[in-house]
Design a protein around this ligand. Structure first.
Ligand code: MRU
Length: 384
């Protein structure tokens, strides 16, 4: 179950740890390549459980039910889903349509994070050209592993670039704590390692900068209270969990130096879809002149879109997540109802923050303005 990578250690890079043991969020079994392991995030922070995935069905289920979640991890899981699909595909001509259908089923599992369709399409590009069943399975395996490696490295680079912002803030407040506010979990749990928004937080902490993180609880699923707080705690980063409505008050009182969040889909013009409630934090940040950064790997850009509010599909999830809340009671995970039994509920998973509210995008290639021209400076290969 343990995820070892001696090459990584030799390079002295950071690896996220659970009770001192390095883990990634998803990995192929070293002995049996019909098994993929992933951390079940529905049980954290109370129970740390690794589960085994052995089929396309398993992968679709864990993405839908949010055992794995976060844009980058969803993409990596989908890549392994296509690996299973390649193994399960019938031999002969029917194989191609099976792969296409499998890709469509994976893409439908969660609609907002573009990383999912990006990973499926990357797999299909490699799989659909002719090949034997065995060749296709081998190609799908290599592509899934490449996606995991590349995303991990991209997050590490985000940390390096983001550290410059943190050092600038530290120079402006010598000897004082830098307060960072984050929403949802754009941490290593939502990625492979390091995280996106947390990559700069971990980089700053490891560099010895005095930091403290305000963690939005992030109703209804509580990714902040449950996951971000847990992983920051595992790394020893000082943090405080706050109710979602607290950020504006903190900003008015000078208690936030920087907001940094992740993204599930960013348009070529810099509009950012992220967990519901992000937009309100961006509005409060602008009103209080607090820098608002978005950290993302390039797989999160949707180059086909220009207007995020109009064009990004927003996932609506089941009402149970709003009606009730999960917690730990006398050694068990329990679910309790919050709302009157008959009150209707609505559960939008994401919202869109317009580029005009974003101070900058932190990517593996560097930091840029959230605008088409800014993004083009980092991605000159972008077609019109
Ligand atoms: O519904 P989730 O938990 O998958 O939403 C996750 C987020 O909104 C994260 O902020 C985002 O995926 C960035 S992490 C790579």
């Amino acid at each position: 179950m343990r995820c070892r990578d001696t090459k990584k250690k030799a390079r002295g890079e950071q690896t996220m740890k659970v009770n001192g043991v390095p883990y990634r969020t998803i990995w192929l079994d070293e002995q049996d390549d019909s098994i993929v392991h992933s951390i079940d995030q529905t049980k954290l922070p109370h129970v740390f459980q690794v589960e085994q995935l052995t089929s396309l069905e398993d992968v679709i289920r864990v993405i839908k039910d949010m055992h794995v979640r976060g844009a980058i991890l969803i993409g990596a899981a989908a890549a392994f889903g296509m690996y299973f699909a390649a193994r399960e595909a019938p031999r002969g001509e029917a194989g191609e349509s099976f792969l296409r259908q499998s890709g469509d089923r994976l893409k439908a599992a969660r609609p907002t994070a573009v990383n999912l369709s990006w990973a499926v399409d990357r797999q299909l590009t490699h799989l659909l050209p002719d090949g034997s069943h065995a060749e296709r399975s081998a190609r799908a395996r290599e592509t899934a592993l490449a996606i995991v490696r590349e995303e991990e490295e991209a997050c590490r680079s985000i940390g390096e670039h983001g550290l410059e912002i943190m050092q600038r803030l530290a120079r402006a407040k010598p000897g004082q704590v830098i307060n960072i506010l984050t929403h949802c979990n754009a941490g290593w749990l939502g990625c492979i390692d390091h995280g996106t928004a947390t990559a700069l937080i971990y980089a700053a902490f490891d560099a010895g900068l005095p930091i403290h993180v305000w963690v939005d609880e992030t109703r209804p699923w509580n990714q902040g209270a449950r996951l971000t707080a847990w992983e920051l705690g595992q790394h020893g980063v000082p943090h405080t969990v706050i109710a979602d409505n607290t950020g504006g008050h903190l900003m008015q009182h000078g208690l936030v130096d920087l907001v940094v969040v992740g993204s599930d889909r960013t348009t070529r013009t810099g509009d950012v879809a992220n967990k519901i409630g992000t937009y309100l934090k961006a509005l409060a940040a602008q009103a209080n002149q607090v820098p608002f950064y978005v950290a993302l790997t390039s797989s999160t850009f949707d180059w086909s879109l220009r207007d995020g509010v109009k064009e990004i599909p927003i996932e609506e999830r089941g009402g149970e997540e709003v009606r009730s809340i999960q917690g730990w009671h006398q050694g068990h995970l329990v679910e309790v109802r919050l709302t009157p039994e008959n009150s209707p509920v609505k559960n939008y998973g994401f919202d869109v923050t317009p580029a005009s509210l974003v101070t900058g995008l932190i990517t593996e290639r560097g930091i840029c303005e959230a605008s088409e021209s800014g993004i083009r400076q980092l991605f000159p290969e972008l077609q019109d």
